[in-house]
Design a protein around this ligand. Structure first.
Ligand SMILES: [Zn+2]
Length: 202
C-alpha cells in the first residue's frame, strides 16, 4: 500500500485511508469525527491572496503612526515601533518584549513563512524544508495576538481622549483590517494541500 494514501487523525491518532472528496467536501475521522482534510480547490491560492494582503497591511501598520496626541499645541505621533522602543527605554522590558513579539515579530514570521511555502508552489517549484516550516508555523501561531493588542490600544486611546486631543493614525486602521485577514489566512491554510502539491512535484 502507498503510505501517502494514509492519514493520521490529529486528535486520536487513528490511522485511516485517504479517499477522494467531492469539491467542497471534508473528510472526518471515523472514530472521533475530527476534521482530517478538506477538498478545497485553489485553497492555497486563496491563502496566498490573503497573505499578500496581510503583508501590505503589515507594512502600512508599521510605517505610519498608530495615534497622534495633541497637548497644549504640542503634537506627537507614535508608530508601533516607537511604542515598543519607548517601553524598552522606560525599563518595561517584559512588556516591550511581549508587545514586540505578539504584534511585530510573530505576524511577520507567520506571513513570511506562508509566503515561503506558497509562492514557489504557486509557480510549481518544489520547496525544501516543508516539515520544519509547518512546525514553526504551528508553534508561532498562538503567539500572534494582535486582537488583544488592538483592544488594549482602543481602551488606552479612549481614556487618553479625556485628557488630550487624540488623532487615530492610519496604522491603527491597517491593524484592524489585518486581524480578520490573518484569521482568514489561518482558516484557509491547509498543510494537507501543501503536502499534496509537494508530492505531485517531487
Ligand atoms: Zn480521530
Amino acid at each position: 500500500m502507498d503510505v501517502s494514501e494514509l492519514i493520521v487523525c490529529p486528535d486520536c491518532d487513528c490511522l485511516q485511508r485517504r479517499v477522494p472528496l467531492p469539491l467542497g467536501g471534508a473528510a472526518r475521522c471515523s472514530r472521533c469525527d475530527a476534521l482530517l482534510y478538506r477538498s478545497c480547490r485553489n485553497g492555497t491560492q486563496k491563502t496566498l491572496a490573503y497573505t499578500v494582503t496581510a503583508l501590505f497591511l503589515f507594512l502600512i501598520a508599521n510605517s505610519y503612526p498608530i495615534a497622534g496626541i495633541e497637548v497644549q499645541g504640542n503634537r506627537q505621533a507614535a508608530s508601533l515601533y516607537d511604542a515598543v522602543s519607548l517601553l524598552w527605554q522606560e525599563g518595561h522590558i517584559e512588556v516591550a518584549v511581549l508587545v514586540g513579539l505578539t504584534t511585530l515579530i510573530t505576524p511577520i514570521i507567520q506571513i513570511g513563512l506562508v509566503l515561503f511555502l506558497l509562492v514557489p508552489l504557486q509557480f510549481n517549484h518544489l520547496v525544501q524544508g516543508v516539515a520544519p516550516v509547518l512546525r514553526i508555523l504551528e508553534t508561532v501561531r498562538p503567539w500572534s495576538m494582535m486582537e488583544v493588542f488592538f483592544l488594549g490600544v482602543l481602551v488606552s486611546l479612549f481614556k487618553l481622549e479625556q485628557l488630550a486631543h487624540v488623532e487615530v493614525g492610519i496604522a491603527l486602521w491597517a491593524f484592524a483590517a489585518m486581524i480578520p485577514i490573518l484569521i482568514a489566512v489561518g482558516m484557509t491554510f491547509e498543510p494537507d494541500e501543501i503536502w499534496e502539491k509537494v508530492r505531485m512535484l517531487s
